[in-house]
Design a protein around this ligand. Structure first.
Ligand code: AAT
Length: 282
């Protein structure tokens, strides 16, 4: 923070930084794993940053949480048991909880302090934890999933970037464990970085999932306060077509959403030409 502005600098996007004007610093402490900050911004509501990287703002968090949760969940014909790794804010749980077919939501976050801070400062996301279907586990998501075989219909990995505790969640062995933890016909969806800024990372995730899963796909969409204003989801499936919803969306649920719709589900897989070529010839 300099002269009342937060600058998001990182070697993953050298030479550029998103800046947000800050009104107040609400929380600023180091946990065992990372530096946790919550800011009140001038125009984008509250913002959660981990090690100086924006995890969400109230201004546009709906876009990321809705897409990362609803694309894999609607691609599955009947998701009952699901696992969420990361996402200590609770936003993915909030969205996943809208699916009445879901009976169990296991949740594994490495840093309990992110959960506690979110409950204190971000109740409109942390409300996800109030759902009685949620079972919270504190620990490394990679270690958690290693012990699971054939239990989940959908696994969602809401990970921070591959610098810091999230690094293991971008590696091949973790994806093998994710596959092993799925039921037949299961689906995984992981935070897939940006086709503009993180080409090597996107290509690597696409290769890993292509080699392991029956179907693989990459969806891209807008989050204005993420680097480059864009982020993606890397998906793998043991059956269902990922690129279209397998179920109708209840009109009451659609009305509660701001970004996801059956149309944007399909559209998110239509990639800019350079990205299509980049992921076609792996
Ligand atoms: N919902 C959007 C916010 C996030 S948070 C990412 C979460 O992943 C953090 O709470 C972090 O503590 C957790 N995490 C990191 N590594 C692990 C791990 N190994 N096991 C379990 N949880 C982990 C995502 C922001 C995306 C930002 C894009 N630039």
């Amino acid at each position: 923070v300099k002269d009342g502005w937060f600058y998001e600098t990182c070697p993953m996007w050298p030479g550029m930084a998103l800046s947000l004007e800050i009104k107040n610093i609400l929380y600023d402490e180091k946990s065992l794993f990372q530096h946790i900050q919550v800011f009140e911004t001038q125009n984008h509501g509250k913002m959660l940053a981990l090690d100086g990287i924006i995890q969400l703002t109230q201004f546009d968090e709906f876009s990321y949480q809705e897409m990362l949760a609803h694309v894999p969940l609607f691609a599955h014909p009947n998701p009952e048991t699901i696992l969420v790794i990361g996402g200590g804010d609770g936003g993915i749980l909030r969205e996943a909880g809208r699916h009445t077919c879901v009976t169990t939501m296991d949740f594994c976050e490495i840093d309990d302090m992110v959960i506690q801070v979110s409950k204190q400062f971000l109740p409109d996301l942390a409300c996800g934890f109030d759902d009685p279907r949620v079972n919270v586990f504190i620990g490394d998501g990679a270690a958690f999933v290693r012990e699971k075989t054939g239990v989940y219909d959908v696994i969602i990995v809401d990970s921070s970037d591959p610098i810091g505790p999230g690094e293991v969640l971008f590696k091949q062995p973790f994806y093998e464990c994710l596959k092993n933890a799925l039921k037949p016909g299961g689906i995984i969806a992981t935070q897939g970085e940006s086709i503009f800024l993180h080409k090597d990372c996107v290509i690597n995730l696409a290769k890993i999932t292509r080699d392991l899963f029956d179907r693989q796909a990459y969806a891209s969409f807008m989050v204005p306060t993420y680097p480059g204003g864009n982020i993606g989801i890397c998906l793998g499936s043991l059956g269902p077509d990922l690129t279209r919803p397998a179920r109708k969306i209840d009109p009451g649920i659609q009305e509660q959403l701001k970004y996801y719709s059956p149309e944007i589900h399909k559209a998110a897989f239509v990639l800019p030409y350079f990205a299509r070529k980049m992921l076609e010839h792996l």
